[in-house]
Design a protein around this ligand. Structure first.
Ligand code: UN1
Length: 508
């Protein structure tokens, strides 16, 4: 099937019919299992990939560890210039890479291109950051003493990403890790190996052009064994993991056992609250993007819609109309809004989820079925259900939206906060007193707290992440970079006396 015309563009981003899935010490290798990259729209093979063996991991990891020592000696703004070149190389291939994301992951082309744009934005952000890894100077209580902070690289940063954002989440972590002076070891999702290979080829090309060791960026296609090896590896002081809360907890426990640090981006269960004074049209457009975008497979997907009783019928009626017009189909085709779920397993999980919803008293208002086809297509679904049902507390990774009614703001906030996860949330209102209560201590308990925009589609400039079972990590913008470095507090005595802090007289 690789000969197909629609796959021709793959050659231009370095993908062939059979690909080595590991970038080890500047060379492409792979001695592990042979896997197939499948197109979620028809479950046909796009190309073959040879994954990492345990020995591949060891070889790659050791080279990456050694390369960190070279990379951390290069001044930060010079490292920034390398990341700038990576951004430029990505810009040149934006359309092709976006197409690959769409083809292999299954999200619609606009979102595939958007995702590559997100990593380009991260490169730009990281370039600026490379001149701003500033520490503070702190007034010392002692004469002729100076106290300040010095930020140094950690060494190697491990990045384990998920299928739903096969390249943007790499960008959040790797762009920052690299300007901070760390080498990167990346394991992409087992079901998106072609994106892993294509992205790595872009980075590798820039490193080669600059005569830098390829091992600064080491990548493995592989499954849970490679992820586990990264979590256990004491050569990796920081592991950034994106995935389910269940697996995230295992990663955290393993990394903590060796006193390593973790950055976790785990499950979400995000709500949109529509108040009585909301701009209904804005709310409907937002809910559509938040609940149907990426076929409900973003961690920021809106899964719960909380409607004030006075607008309940109106919003629900309009939303049901809009849902019936959603064009389902090939994600690469113009006009498609809802592509397939990523894998056959995702489709099965959707079916199981619908069964659970029905058995727990949920009423399917629209959708609720898989679509008979070669691909993993399901209907966009709206369910009326109690906020207390067990299924509502879980993350069903698909386009299923739970609607519920509330009377007061207090009640809406309680429902918003009543799930184990705490990633994203949004309220629709014009009243400043509502917005400020929403973002304050008695408001949303999430890491992302919005007003009058969807729960998803965050910009990279802010720190991204969530509380509770979402894992507590913060990635991408703001001061997330501090987690990719170690801070030394330095006190320098430039006098000839030895005054002690707290005025201690240790006399002799
Ligand atoms: C994710 O689903 O893992 O805010 C990340 C968003 C995107 C990132 C989502 N910028 O929806």
């Amino acid at each position: 099937s690789f000969g197909k015309k629609e796959y021709e563009f793959l050659k231009e981003i370095g993908i062939g019919p059979r690909n080595s899935g590991c970038y080890i010490n500047g060379h492409w290798k792979g001695n592990g299992p042979l896997v197939f990259s499948l197109n979620p729209a028809n479950n046909q093979t796009i190309a073959e990939v040879i994954e990492a063996s345990p020995q591949d991991y060891e070889d790659g990891m050791q080279a990456c560890y050694d390369a960190a020592k070279i990379w951390m000696q290069i001044p930060a703004p010079k490292r920034g210039d390398i990341v700038r070149q990576i951004g430029d190389a990505l810009r040149e291939k934006l359309q092709h890479l976006g197409r690959l994301v769409s083809l292999e992951m299954g999200k619609i082309l606009a979102e595939g291109i958007g995702e590559v744009q997100e990593i380009i934005d991260m490169c730009d952000f990281a370039v600026g950051l490379s001149r701003q890894l500033n520490g503070s100077i702190i007034p010392s209580e002692r004469p002729n003493h100076m106290m300040f902070e010095m930020w140094n690289p950690l060494g190697v940063v491990g990045v384990i990403t998920a299928f739903n954002f096969p390249c943007a989440v790499l960008g959040w972590n790797a762009c920052i890790a690299l300007v901070c002076g760390n080498s990167v070891v990346w394991k992409g999702a087992p079901t998106t190996p072609l994106v892993t290979i294509a992205m790595t080829k872009i980075v590798a090309g820039v490193l080669e052009k600059n005569n830098l060791p390829g091992a600064i960026f080491t990548a493995f296609c592989g499954g849970a064994e490679i992820g586990e090896a990264i979590a256990k590896d004491a050569r990796i002081p920081l592991v950034s993991f994106t995935g389910s809360s269940k697996v995230g907890l295992m990663v955290q426990q393993t990394v903590n056992q060796r006193f390593g640090k973790c950055l976790l981006e785990l499950s979400g269960n995000n709500a949109i609250i529509v108040m009585d004074d909301a701009d209904i049209e804005l709310a409907i457009r937002s809910v559509l993007f938040a609940a149907v975008g990426t076929a409900g497979q973003r961690c920021t997907t809106c899964r719960r819609l909380l409607l004030h009783e006075s607008v309940y019928q109106k919003v629900l009626g309009q939303l049901l109309d809009v849902y019936k017009q959603v064009k389902i189909g090939d994600p690469l085709e113009k006009g498609t809004l809802l592509g397939p779920l990523h894998t056959r397993t995702s489709k099965e999980n959707f079916e199981k989820g619908i069964q659970a919803i029905k058995s727990q008293g949920g009423k399917i208002l629209t959708g609720g079925s898989v679509i008979k086809s070669e691909g993993n297509f399901v209907q966009p679904t709206i369910v009326e259900i109690s906020p207390d049902a067990d299924v509502v507390k879980e993350e069903l990774f698909g386009p299923v939206l739970y609607v519920m009614k509330f009377q007061t703001l207090k009640e809406a906030i309680e429902i918003n906060n009543s799930v184990p996860q705490g990633l994203s949330s949004s309220i629709f209102t014009h009243r400043p007193e509502v917005i400020f209560r929403w973002i304050g201590p008695a408001g949303s308990d999430c890491g992302i707290v919005n007003a009058n925009i969807p729960t998803n589609g965050a910009e990279i400039g802010g720190a991204f992440g969530g509380e509770k079972a979402t894992g507590g990590g913060r990635e991408a913008g703001s001061d997330s970079w501090k987690q990719y470095m170690r801070c030394s507090t330095c006190t320098i005595n430039y006098g000839s006396e030895l005054p002690l802090a707290q005025g201690i007289n240790f006399g002799w």
